[in-house]
Design a protein around this ligand. Structure first.
Ligand SMILES: [Zn+2]
Length: 532
């Protein structure tokens, strides 16, 4: 997703809501959900939703109970009240209990058995499913699940490591049009001026991107790419109807660059997401004002890139979110580089580097941050811009051909599965044919960035430029440092690994200056200091 700087989040409320204990993917649950079939009833007369969830699980170990994530109805009347739980194995209703954010179903199961639980529930969602009014005064309903807010409106294993297929069967007043993941299989009148719409998503996806949206949409077909229909869903009354029309071109570009698209359609939806955009699989939700937003093309590219990285190849846990946000940020840059030329990439990388260096002064943390348990806080310049920089430097380190080969290989191997940073490292090392440990350690696991001081002089007797580069930060980096000298041909490169590196370069005349990193290939704060 992209953070929306114009939407001010209430930090204190968020930290109360979103402080969870970090768990490892493997230990998060004793069951593996294979399929959700979610029946949701929406109404205009109340914000209460009624739901019936058929959840097919495989028990990973023998157990006397199964635990789902689900927010319980609180003293303000918000949250979900469960009225019954049954399975396909027994006729009798099962015993269950609810805690603030768990549904515990008492039922013994052997390891390896598959069971379908049917949970009937209702309530006013306190989060996750946003029921509100849009700028045109229309009532709208949008899921907005990142990072783990799906369990505010349906029972699930709300963790990115448990991917499943999903069907949504939504019954709603007929003036709404319903969007969801997957392909629309059915839309029929149900009496009482209501319509039932059924979508099927046959590719396993994480709960963070399982969504429905209901609004009076105007739907435009904007193209078909390799059999995948691409559409725009805009609010009735929206004037900028062509805002998402770059989507088919972007989809074509990423299919060519990375590999097959994993979903059967791509809808671009104007919504009420709290984010700038949310990469819901096959049904991207953009912020309400996005059609008039000047950066909409880069936003659309970012969210479409997530369909490969984040949705299809999903991080095992939130601490590896850079695998999702770093790729989305960098691939959006690469799409713009392809369309507008290499200068646009240099401009973007410069802006993003400034953002990273500024962020470092505010919060000194590494990209992979196991300490942070408030997941909204990991949506920061490290996970986005610095991670994009890591990929940019990796591309320069490996060369274009090897970098894209490794990216495609990583996607192919982890498509519709989960991966962590080590999984990516192994593939990139294989393709590069060299050890990338130092590179990954210094850029991903270490807080801060290199601080370089330059100092140079001209030696008249030998006609040499003497350049001295000092690494000022406490821990040393290994990095290629590029520079150019105006009036002299070519680009020079020197490997920095010591505290001070000195190079002598023969020059034709007295140089007027030295230009560090002219092609914008290094994440570092660089200063010139003639006094050193
Ligand atoms: Zn993103």
């Amino acid at each position: 997703m992209l953070m929306n700087s114009r939407i001010k989040l209430n930090r204190s409320v968020l930290s109360i809501l979103l402080v969870f204990i970090l768990g490892t993917g493997a230990a998060y649950s004793q069951v593996d959900v294979r399929h959700y079939r979610l029946n949701i009833f929406l109404s205009d007369t109340t914000d209460e939703i009624r739901g019936s969830a058929d959840i097919e699980v495989r028990h990973l170990q023998a157990s006397d109970s199964v635990v789902f994530d689900l927010t319980r109805r609180d003293h303000l009347g918000k949250g979900m009240f469960v009225s019954s739980v049954v399975t396909n194995k027994t006729k009798e209703p099962l015993r269950f209990s609810q805690t603030a954010d768990k549904l515990i179903v008492y039922s013994s199961s052997k390891r390896g058995t598959s069971v379908q639980y049917t949970i009937t529930y209702s309530g006013v969602p306190s989060d996750g499913l946003i029921i509100s009014v849009n700028q045109f005064g229309q009532r709208t309903i949008f899921a907005d699940n990142w990072p783990n807010r799906a369990h505010y409106w349906f029972p699930c294993i709300d963790h990115p490591s448990d991917k499943a297929t999903v069907d949504f069967i939504v019954r709603a007043p007929s003036h709404y049009r319903i969007i969801a993941n997957g392909i629309r299989k059915e839309e029929r009148a149900a009496g009482n001026n209501e319509t039932i719409t059924r979508y099927e998503e046959n590719t396993p996806i994480p709960t963070k991107v399982m969504v429905i949206g209901a609004a009076p949409f105007l739907v435009r077909n904007t193209g078909k790419v390799k059999g995948i229909p691409v559409s725009s869903w805009l609010f009735e009354g929206e004037k900028n109807v062509t805002a998402y029309d770059t989507a088919p071109f972007i989809l074509t570009f990423f299919i060519r660059k990375i590999g097959p698209f994993s979903y059967k359609k791509l809808a671009n939806v104007q919504s009420k997401t709290r984010f700038g955009g949310m990469e819901n699989a096959g049904a991207i939700f953009y912020f309400e004002e996005s059609p008039a937003y000047p950066g909409v093309e880069s936003l659309v590219a970012h969210e479409i890139a997530h369909q490969w990285f984040g949705d299809a190849a999903t991080e095992k846990d939130w601490s590896h979110v850079w695998l999702s946000e770093g790729f989305a940020t960098y691939l959006s840059n690469v799409y713009l580089e392809d369309k507008y030329g290499p200068d646009s990439l240099r401009r973007l990388m410069t802006q993003q580097r400034n953002k990273v260096l500024k962020f470092e002064k505010k919060r000194f943390t590494p990209i992979i941050d196991h300490v942070q348990s408030d997941y909204m806080q990991i949506l920061n310049a490290n996970s986005y811009e610095k991670a994009a920089w890591v990929l940019h430097m990796l591309r320069r380190e490996m060369g274009d051909a090897a970098f894209w080969k490794a990216t495609r290989k990583y996607y192919k191997k982890y498509r519709n599965k989960n991966a962590d940073t080590d999984d990516l490292l192994r593939i990139f090392e294989q393709v590069a044919g060299k050890d990338l440990d130092t590179f990954f350690n210094q850029w991903l696991y270490r807080a801060g960035n290199p601080k370089l001081t330059l100092n140079w002089r001209y030696r008249a007797d030998s006609k040499n430029l003497i350049l001295r580069v000092t690494q000022e930060q406490p821990e040393l980096y290994q990095l290629p440092f590029e520079f150019s000298i105006p009036g002299e041909p070519g680009l020079r490169s020197v490997l920095l690994k010591d505290r001070v590196t000195t190079v002598e370069v023969p020059v034709a005349s007295v140089p007027a200056s030295v230009i560090p990193d002219p092609n914008v290939n290094l994440m570092a704060e660089i200063k010139e200091d003639p006094q050193r």
